[in-house]
Write a protein that binds this ligand. Sequence first.
Ligand SMILES: Cc1ncc(COP(=O)(O)O)c(C=O)c1O
Length: 396
Amino acid sequence: MSSKKRNWKPQTALVHSGTLRSGFGETSEAMYLTQGYVYQTAQAAEARFKGEEPGFIYSRYANPTVDMFEKRMCALEGAEDARATASGMAAVTAALLCSVKAGDHIVAARALFGSCRWVVETLAPRYGIEATLVDGTDITNWEKAVRPNTKLFFLESPTNPTLEVVDIAAVASLANSIGARLVVDNVFATPLQQKPLQLGAHIVVYSATKHIDGQGRCLGGVILSDKKWIDENLHDYFRHTGPSLSPFNAWTLLKGLETLPLRVRQQTESAGKIADFLAEQPQIARVIYPGRADHPQAEIVKKQMSGGSTLICLDVKGGKQAAFALQNALDIVLISNNLGDAKSLITHPATTTHKNLSDEARAELGIGPGTLRLSVGLEDTDDLLEDIAQALKAAK
Ligand SMILES: Cc1ncc(COP(=O)(O)O)c(C=O)c1O
């Protein structure tokens, strides 16, 4: 079905693209919970293994339900090819490790999700891959960090949790000028609000656990790039190391994609209103929201994002005690370190997602004792505003 028409708008592509309908003509995508595949003859098995006949071989390599998810993600992202993974971290790790070898050098923005930073700072050097972390908001820092053996740039934008925005086109252009590749973790923007491949990035990764599922059910991830890079760099890694996505989770994520535009639109609209409300509260020292004119990189946001994001970063006056009091007083908004969910979630990065960083590294990223990250859900906006208002009052 997907091969008939290619110029669908995202909302249509997310309902129909990639569908592999079986002979039963099912409406909803089928869930192929199978590890292996049966061949009519020994000759057919041989031909399939030789690549002379199309078809599935083993679900560590590929599976029809996972294939549907990958094709739908390609349609959304405008990518030639994709590989789905068991989690977002499996996607990030594969994208990074398959882009470099011992002796190569990575330049990454220092504002990264804690586990991504661990992969770059701690795991990669064990295999002879050096990394330099820079303040990614200034392109001159990227330029200064380049070495003759720099092969990869890595960034997240907006960043977790302080919603720093990096100029993707500028870093991509630097990468191209030295023959390196740029990997962008696009989780916070979602595939709808930012298109890294169009901005010049070479590889895009997602934690599908977040907005793509969007209903707190399963883990997943995806890597998108050109077909040549995937064939030459990811293909064998996937076959032999097995970070594969389960068909059950792929099916859940496919259903998530159908409603992604509706959810992200509603969550972003609420987030904008909540950010404006928070910015006026005397208990709040700072609100960082990409959709506001006072965002530190507002000009870059305008250039590369088509929406303000579903996340808000805020600093509560009074440090950890005040931030904890506010979280504990919330009724609808739940305390959880996840994000992109239908349920509004709040977390204190210094003691949760970014607790493994030193105080100094946290301060560099602007994560203070009073910093909170709010992921806005699908609840009624007025109910959320009322909940936050009553919590601020109770926490005074
Ligand atoms: C920006 C970012 N990248 C990657 C990940 C990892 O995703 P997962 O939890 O699906 O492994 C997360 C998870 O919080 C994230 O926020």
